[in-house]
Design a protein around this ligand. Sequence first.
Ligand SMILES: Nc1ncnc2c1ncn2[C@@H]1O[C@H](COP(=O)(O)OP(=O)(O)O)[C@@H](O)[C@H]1O
Ligand SMILES: C[C@@](O)(CCOP(=O)(O)O)CC(=O)O
Ligand SMILES: [Mg+2]
Length: 439
Amino acid sequence: MVSAPFLVSAPGKVILFGEHAAVYGKPAIAAALSLRTFLLTSNNAAEFSDVVTLEFPDVELQYSWKIDSLPWNAVPKRSIDTVRPPSELNNGLMEAIGQDLVADLSPLQRSAAVAFLYLYLCLCSPDMPGMTFSVRSTLPIGAGLGSSASVSVCLAAALCLLSGEVSPPEKKEDSDSDFNAADYASIELIDAWAFLGERCIHGTPSGIDNAVASHGGAVMFQRMSKGNPNVRETMRNFPPLKLILIDSRQPRRTAVQVAYVAMLLQKHPLVTEPILDGIHALTSEAYKLLQMPKEKCDDAWEEQLRELVRVNHGLLVALGVSHPKLEAIKMATDELEIGETKLTGAGGGGCAITLVKKDVEESRIFELKQRLEGHGFAVYETSLGGFGAGCLFPTKSNAAEWEEWEEKLFSLHHMLGLGDREHIQQTVGVGSIEGWAFW
Ligand SMILES: Nc1ncnc2c1ncn2[C@@H]1O[C@H](COP(=O)(O)OP(=O)(O)O)[C@@H](O)[C@H]1O
Ligand SMILES: C[C@@](O)(CCOP(=O)(O)O)CC(=O)O
Ligand SMILES: [Mg+2]
């Protein structure tokens, strides 16, 4: 069991193939992003020792609850012989959280607050001290890069650490080395709790986003039904793909997009099922290609991968989850013959990825960026396949900084004038400062 203050962090993700179909038990391929979410857990001052507080400045949310007014009685009893939480939300607890505890919040804020309350009530106890949970992210929110899962993983990790369900990770040299069984068990547990957070945020997640946000790297993921364990194949020799990530800046919510596909499937099963099967088939082909030894990754290999990107986008358009702005991005990359483009994540807005052709001159990529930025789109430079969830504790060498971080980086009050989210990555970011350890 650890005590505050401490930081946890988890990455966003890019789905390369298979979004939406993943919700229906088809395989999907995704990789962790270098853009991440950070959560600071700190102890409240004495006068606020009876409240638990959320500070989520990215969604302009600040909310406190009196700890003893929370519905502790509605928390389901955990079976003593199962460590992992069930994969379904408990209806009684969801009803007890209901609308009253999160009144006046926008849907964007409410889903995050409900995810927090659900995990807090399940993992903590009324006798814990008053604490503040402050979230900041370098990820765009609601843009298909798994911000919800990275927040859910951060919440699950912090609350599991506080309750003693997991211990801080051993320090490792890099993500692939030094397998540690205790850390593996811990991150599996964090992943399972984070899945429930994702359920609170968008109803029927496949689990791929929280799997990548907790474990990091690149994975092939397949959700299994009837209590069978999900498939999660780590793709170790993931080839270095040249990708451009473009945010249409069109806001949308995953919950709405996923519900739309569910409606289509119910209304036109004979039409929709073959589309999902087509996505399944192309993801399986892409998986084989991405597993090829390096010497076989030639021009023909690259072309096949790009073709699959194009087909995947076409099938997502058929499912009705594109958006005119995503089509404008695709058209620009097609016109400049940069490569093949698909939407990534739930679509309806948010991000697209372009798999760039090998021989494209930098000047054309520059032109593309200018054109896209001219339309108000954001072009992200990021790398794929990094670390999963990790944590950072105060040490002798960083003790002086903690107070400043709490005040200047994570507080809603101080943050409002600050603007630049990249500041957080430079100040406490993974890779920017020493001391992070990953499960
Ligand atoms: N930085 C953040 N602070 C607070 N809540 C966040 C943050 N990022 C994401 N969320 C939560 O995740 C939701 C967005 O998730 P979603 O619609 O799945 O989009 P995506 O995961 O593609 O970004 C928000 O409504 C909010 O509840
Ligand atoms: C549409 C879906 O396949 C991915 C959603 O990702 P995001 O929330 O848009 O980042 C849903 C899921 O797999 O849970
Ligand atoms: Mg999401």
